[in-house]
Design a protein around this ligand. Sequence first.
Ligand SMILES: *Cc1c(COP(=O)(O)O)cnc(C)c1O
Length: 391
Amino acid sequence: MNKLNSKKIFLSPPHMTGKEEQFISEAFDTNWIAPVGPHIEGFEKEMALYLKAPGTVALSSGTAAIHLALDILGVTKGDVVFCSTLTFVASANPILYQEAEPVFIDSDPISWNMSPQALKRAFVQAEKDKKLPKAVIIVHLYGQSARMEELMEICKSYQVPVIEDAAESLGAGYKGIPTGTIGDFGIYSFNGNKMITTAGGGMLTAKKKSHLEKAKFLAQQAKDQADYYQHSVKGYNYRMSNILAGIGRAQLLALDERVEQKRFIYKRYEEALSTKGIEFMPEYEGSYSCRWLTVCTLPMDNNPQDVINNLQSHNIEARRVWKPLHLQPLFQNHNFYAHIPGNSTAEMLFDRGICLPSGTSLSGEEHRFVIETVKASLYEKSAQGAILSNL
Ligand SMILES: *Cc1c(COP(=O)(O)O)cnc(C)c1O
């Protein structure tokens, strides 16, 4: 095996365009070094245009955006919120901030995202218990849209609002509509490893203008309209800084190119590895994935941790699929609805899945090296049983 591994290959490192400094300089030159300023307004307008959304609010993180959406929907102590189980903990932490109770919904094998049939069962039970959820948080995992048509229909029939967690799926769509703009609220993240980055940051979009105005108000300590500092409700310090918004504007210019690059990276993995019994996250009909990460399940008899450790020894970063939230010690004793009762898709994906390096600055040579190392890390079934193919 070649020795390309002197330089570490990361999972999804930031990829600068070279235009960021210009925007940052502009912020310095005009002394807008604050959570107010023209880049924030510019970034919000440009994102709204990209998303074809009524507006957006730039915030300090994606987590803050989820928190504000829950707050605006009046989620409070003792309320129930349904949430995808196969996701990063940030999707559900804000439910705890509000002292509400998360109930976790399984994935389905078609989208790897929220299972409409599990959601339906959760609603039927909630109706019987006379305790409908105050909101449903639907995650678009790894750049792939959830089955929004079916999920929205169920939520609408119970008149429960939807928050789309599109932190990983900026640039993805469902039937031509950008993820995050289908439900009542959508959130995005600009953390270091996401589709585009501002070092750290997030954004909220909403169907209703009044919700966007409320979000802006709450994100700046909820200051009343008065000549002095007067406050009638609880607020937060969640606004994005003008400097970071400048970075975001430059990054947004490259988003479509990043999506193409990520899709190309995925395609090469798929061509090279699907003959090996590896199965990739499907892009089901009607969806358009931005392939934030290339994610796959390994053939039976392969332990994802062994493969990850082997990649690690070659200086390649790979990761497990998110551990489902209903299995987390943090969320013990919360209800969970499986895709098929007793048969959880999310648990299977966690047991067998890995995320492969998907950085858009990955060179062709590095990519070949990763692919060869993955191949060499797999167990191959022989008549005698399983043997490690790279021994
Ligand atoms: C990254 C991420 C978030 C949180 O975004 P931050 O900007 O890091 O707060 C939320 N949900 C999912 C699914 C994420 O991957």
